[in-house]
Design a protein around this ligand. Structure first.
Ligand code: 13P
Ligand code: SF4
Length: 332
């Protein structure tokens, strides 16, 4: 028999009382899944708070690289995901493509000892491990500027993977030169060399959307996530990670209109009469939306029955180096 939404919520709460589990949910999850979260936040907050949590099982409602990061940071924990959903950006680079990018820099006359790789947390553990082995580290959208500032102190070229937009936006904010691998620029001229990955959801926002809102509501503010194209970020009033966007929007005066360029579930949750979605196309992340309440219930039931579904495993060598790259970030 199919359980109703309310029955599913009740059952999930019963399992949460009975089992040593912590349900973790990213801000982009469906509302009904997000409500079940004991720990909620953006990717950096989830990595930090979950690391400090003591339950035996982490039930991670988000996308694959996030669950993997928890496992890498706390290998003794059992991490399960209600849905093994894969962030499209994270799938754009694997270990082989990372090696090919390093080789392209070598061929342009930049030896390994002059390259400092930084990977956005939206990447798989294999890529994080490669970055860790080369002395590099992970960043998220909330700490990317700080991480890059620290990295530049080493006087090396930064190879930034996989999100070209985040890399370019940080370079623009800091007055640095950036390029995208393969765009024809001589990489030796750039401070930050970006891999050509992107988030298809954040590519939906256009300068025309911004112009439309500015014309319709003079005085409106535009706030966007740094995964948006550099042209969108430079035409906006505020650029910030998920948590930074929430803080910015919730602290605005009540009558201040704002159009927001990031994932729909988050914007919709924040939506008051003066908050608008900066696109006529609904900017939903398909993979973040894959996880349903039924999946959360099923995975909790499987833990109770002693046969956990969708458990995240990372081999010891990958765990060791990916952990080094993540811990370098957390130490900052
Ligand atoms: P945050 O780091 O802001 O949580 O972003 C993660 C993400 O996938 C954005 O698309
Ligand atoms: Fe990945 Fe984009 Fe979805 Fe974020 S919004 S999880 S970057 S596909």
């Amino acid at each position: 028999m199919q359980l109703t939404t309310e029955q599913l919520k009740d059952q999930i709460n019963e399992y949460k009382k009975k089992l040593s589990v912590t349900v973790v949910a990213h801000f982009y999850q469906r509302d009904e899944v997000f409500e079940m979260g004991d720990i909620t936040g953006d990717s950096l907050e989830l990595a930090m708070k979950t690391k400090a949590d003591t339950a035996d099982y982490v039930v991670f409602c988000g996308v694959g690289f996030m669950g993997q990061s928890v496992k890498v940071l706390s290998p003794h924990k059992r991490v399960v995901m209600p849905k093994l959903a894969c962030c499209a950006m994270a799938t754009m680079i694997d270990g082989t493509q990372f090696d090919a990018s390093v080789k392209a820099l070598n061929e342009a006359g930049i030896p390994n000892e002059n390259i400092l790789p930084i990977t956005y947390i939206n990447s798989n553990a294999e890529v994080k491990a490669k970055v860790g082995q080369m002395g590099g580290m992970v960043c998220t959208s909330s700490n990317a500027k700080k991480i890059i500032t620290t990295a530049l102190e080493e006087g090396k070229k930064i190879l930034f993977v996989p999100d070209r937009c985040l890399g370019q936006n940080i370079a623009n904010q800091m007055g640095l030169k950036s390029c995208v691998l393969g765009d024809g620029t001589n990489v030796a001229d750039a401070d930050i060399i970006c891999f050509n990955g992107f988030c298809s959801v954040h590519q939906l926002f256009t300068v025309d959307d911004i112009n439309f809102y500015r014309k319709k509501f003079p005085g409106i503010l535009i706030a966007v996530h740094p995964e948006c194209d550099p042209a969108i970020c430079s035409a906006s009033d505020f650029v910030g990670s998920t948590s930074q966007l929430i803080k910015y929007i919730t602290e605005l005066p009540e009558d201040q209109k704002v159009a927001v360029g990031t994932e729909f579930n988050l914007v919709n949750r924040l939506r008051s009469k003066n908050t608008y979605v900066l696109s006529s196309t609904k900017p939903e992340c398909p993979t973040m939306n894959e996880t349903t309440l039924q999946d959360v219930y099923d995975v909790l039931k499987s833990i109770d029955e002693g046969e956990p579904l969708n458990e995240i495993k990372v081999d010891a060598e990958t765990q060791k180096w990916a952990n080094i790259a993540l811990e370098r970030m957390l130490a900052l």
